[in-house]
Design a protein around this ligand. Structure first.
Ligand code: 7RM
Length: 635
């Protein structure tokens, strides 16, 4: 018997050791006991990081939607699979049972097939966070088409690039989307993008906001009438374990976005197993991840991981600030959410507001809190722990990437003792290591280095769509026979990992390697500071000096800036050391962020270095307007 659900620390270490000693046996037992296969694998794992080539469960046959939907029908047919919470709090939430989800996915699978989509074809999904998004993803998987979800906040140019790179033939979209008190003209964006995408011959449109849009005859169809006519049954396409399941784009530090390719069986097994353990999911829990399905977090931990476990997963269409800053907590109370998973940037934004927005709601249903996407600073961690978890819900700081498919380093709640800002321990089957500047593995503890993974795990991306060479260069060339994550990390005396940030964010000041995260943590400790970002800029003597961009809370706005600067540097001196003191501190109302909430330090670095004529494309930012404001006040 495998140990699918780890219950205490002793068991974790036992399971972990087994997963390292006998990785194939470890994953084979989990795969065998917890999933439906049409045919078992010939070999659990074959790999060669030099090519690189990785295959899990090769030879096996399955369909992931059978595992996420059909096999639950007998025991959980009337259980809610998806709770849809609309943008408008007055619109009724929707509870979609496994039976209903099955029917909806089948109908759409038939529509796609009728439109000529076949196994292996790429389908672009450009939809807001409405049930049709999850249904579209699953319908593609059911017929063996490769889905490529593009976050519905991306511009027409970004959408066109992604459609063309993967050769999508079809786009699924909606007339528009709701976002707080705004609407977005999604169909208009698709129309603009498609002027540059000659291969797309079919667009299926969901009616969501009932806006006036134009439909191109012969290309565009409203989806609902097609669904009404379609059959509610569909025999799933039987896939090979290593058939691609989806492509998801992630931006690199240079060049076009990379279409990361994830395959079927390993991805399914790994996301299901990690969902169960990282969120301590139990049968009647209500799980809510606030990410958008346009990101890997939504793919793995709103759709596939939860549904593979027969869970109830919440999909939220709106934003945390609408109609007010209490919306998240109102939803937690309303649906009695047990697991809540969000990004540090959201926590910091909400922590800036009055506590009243939290305190008017009953959050006693919460059992596990999670974070993902960037390092969480101590202050945000404590705010989350004190005010949301009431010091009773463990916080899982989950480290992973689009490329890793699933969570690799994370505490297991009620098992791993947590330390703020530490992602703690590798999950079973994950073999992290730290490398020094000379490419040698650092074997001791209490060190920092570049974070690599030296053994395959089932959900790793297999290639970059259409560019295997780039896959090799980006991830398997920096260090021999090892996957390089691009992140820096520190390992403490007991082997806990703390992710310190992208190594491209490392700033060397007077020969000292400084990670951005600990310095930003120190700045954020200041009671008047809401958020901050630091970058390096050239300095004659130190090589680099530090430039801080700081957002103040309301309470800080009438303080004297010179005093604030002194206090901030005092905090840095205390927490990191005088070497990390900032030479310049610019107060600003916002920081340039990607759509998934990551601070774009690349842009700040250029501004701090006075290289604003080469800022590059800022159009995909969440808040491009803030760039001009920052440039206007540069020190
Ligand atoms: C899931 C996701 C990946 C990058 C990764 C890190 C950073 C993610 C954490 C984190 C510190 C964390 N995929 N990152 N999680 N840094 N602590 N818990 O975010 O492809 O969009 O980004 O995000 O730098 O390399 S992603």
């Amino acid at each position: 018997m495998s140990s699918y659900h780890i219950k205490n620390l002793e068991e974790y270490y036992k399971v972990y050791r087994k997963s390292i000693r006998e990785p194939e046996l470890f994953w084979e037992e989990i795969a065998e006991e917890h999933f439906n296969w049409h045919k078992k694998w010939d070999k659990v794992l074959s790999w060669d990081f030099k090519k690189p080539e990785v295959k899990w469960f090769d030879g096996a046959k399955l369909n992931i939607t059978e595992n996420c939907i059909d096999r639950h029908l007998r025991t959980r047919g009337n259980k809610t699979a998806i709770i849809f919470e609309p943008n408008n709090p007055d619109e009724e939430a929707l509870h979609i049972t496994y039976k209903q989800l099955h029917e909806r996915v089948n109908r759409l699978a038939n529509v796609l097939t009728n439109k000529g989509i076949k196994k292996g074809d790429r389908v672009c999904i450009y939809l807001p966070m409405i049930p049709e998004l999850a249904v579209s993803v699953l319908a593609c998987a059911r017929i063996g088409a490769i889905h490529s979800v593009v976050f519905a906040g991306f511009s027409a140019t970004a959408l066109a690039t992604r459609i063309n790179d993967s050769g999508c033939k079809m786009v699924l979209t909606s007339d528009g989307s709701y976002r707080g008190n705004k609407t977005i003209d999604l169909k208009g964006i698709v129309d603009e993008a498609l002027t540059k995408c000659p291969e797309v011959n079919s667009v299926l449109v969901v009616k969501r906001i009932h806006s006036e849009i134009t439909m191109l005859a012969g290309r565009d169809n409203w989806l609902q009438p097609l669904l009404n006519e379609a059959s509610a049954t569909y025999e799933p396409e039987i896939m090979n374990a290593e058939d691609p399941l989806f492509i998801l784009y992630t931006s690199g530090s240079t060049g076009n976005p990379k279409g990361m390719v994830h395959t079927t069986a390993g991805y399914m097994v790994y996301t299901a197993y990690t969902f169960k353990n990282v969120f301590n999911y139990k049968e009647d829990d209500i799980y809510w991840c606030t990410a958008d399905i346009g990101w890997i977090t939504g793919h793995s931990y709103i759709i596939y991981g939860p549904l593979a476990n027969g869970a109830t997963t919440v999909m939220f269409e709106g934003v945390p600030s609408y109609p007010d800053y209490g919306r998240f907590w109102k939803i937690v109370e309303k649906h009695k959410v047990s697991q809540f998973y969000t990004a540090p940037t959201a926590i910091r934004a909400l922590a800036k507001e009055k506590l009243d927005y939290v305190d008017q709601y009953n959050l006693s249903s919460l059992k596990v809190l999670g974070t993902v996407g960037e390092p969480i600073n101590e202050e945000a961690w404590h705010w989350y722990n004190d005010n949301i978890g009431k010091k009773k819900s463990p916080i899982v700081d989950t480290w992973w990437q689009t490329e890793t498919g699933g969570i690799l380093i994370s505490p297991i709640p009620y098992v791993t003792p947590t330390i703020p800002t530490f992602a703690c321990l590798p999950l079973p089957g994950v073999q992290p290591c730290l490398m020094d500047e000379n490419g040698k593995e650092i074997k001791t503890n209490q060190v920092d280095g570049r974070l690599c993974i030296k053994y395959p795990w089932p959900s790793m991306a297999r290639t970059i769509w259409g560019d295997h060479q780039r896959y090799k260069e980006t991830y398997f060339s920096a260090y021999k026979n090892t996957y390089f994550t691009g992140d820096g990390a520190l390992r403490d005396t007991v082997g806990y990992y703390r992710i310190t940030g992208r190594v491209d964010d490392v700033i060397i000041v007077s020969g000292h390697n400084l990670g951005t995260a600990p310095i930003e943590d120190a700045i954020n400790e200041h009671p008047a500071v809401a958020e901050s970002a630091i970058v390096g800029f050239p300095d004659d003597i130190r090589g680099n000096a530090l430039y801080g961009f700081v957002i103040l809370k309301e309470t800080g706005k009438d303080r004297k800036q010179e005093n604030l600067r002194k206090e901030i540097n005092q905090l840095i001196t205390e927490h990191v050391g005088p070497i990390a003191k900032l030479k310049k501190i610019q107060f600003t109302s916002g920081l340039p962020k990607t759509r998934s909430g990551k601070i774009m330090r690349r842009i700040l670095r250029k501004i701090a270095c006075n290289e604003t004529e080469h800022l590059g494309d800022t159009s995909t930012l969440l808040n491009p307007e803030v760039v001009q404001e920052i440039i206007g006040h540069v020190l």
